[in-house]
Design a protein. Structure first.
Length: 163
């Protein structure tokens, strides 16, 4: 059975596509390719149908990640098929939990940086959209750091399903 994860930020052109690309690569490297399905979306539909921000693509490709992406808006009906919904900041977390049709589905929503023990109390991944390239590099570092813990948690679920 496939374990399904969706990363969510505001417009689905910066943070969530970056998290999607990094986590998809990490899952494949861990031998979970085919067992884990990874995608992303935005809380809003402003950029639906557009590619990722060019700065996101540049940072991803400079670090050997796939930069291909088309933005879309998260739909409440998706909760039923998803195992985990990863919010990139507390605003997204709150918005997603309000969208969830049930408390059980709202419990599927987690903050990405909650999987990074070094994050401390600051669990928001800042929005790099209005800044320069260094903000995108910072986001990538945060995503990579949190992906290690998230991968361990997902592996535990996937292996538990296979047993």
């Amino acid at each position: 059975m496939t374990y399904r994860i969706c990363f969510v930020c505001t417009g689905n052109i910066c943070r969530s596509p970056m998290a999607e690309s990094v986590f998809r690569a990490r899952s494949a490297q861990a031998g979970l390719d085919g067992l884990v399905e990874v995608d992303s979306a935005g809380t809003g539909g402003w950029h639906e149908g557009e590619p990722a921000d060019p700065r996101t693509v540049a940072v991803l490709e400079a670090h050997d990640y796939d930069g291909a992406h088309i933005a879309r808006q998260f739909q409440p009906s998706w909760f039923a098929r998803l195992d985990l919904v990863i919010a990139l900041d507390t605003g997204h977390l709150q918005a997603l939990r309000r969208l969830a049709p049930t408390e059980q589905e709202a419990a599927k929503v987690r903050l990405l940086r909650s999987y990074d023990p070094a994050a401390g109390d600051d669990l928001d991944v800042p929005d790099p959209y209005y800044g320069g390239g260094e903000g995108f590099e910072e986001v990538l570092e945060m995503v990579e750091a949190a992906s290690t813990g998230l991968l361990a948690a997902v592996r535990e679920h996937v292996e538990g399903r296979a047993a």
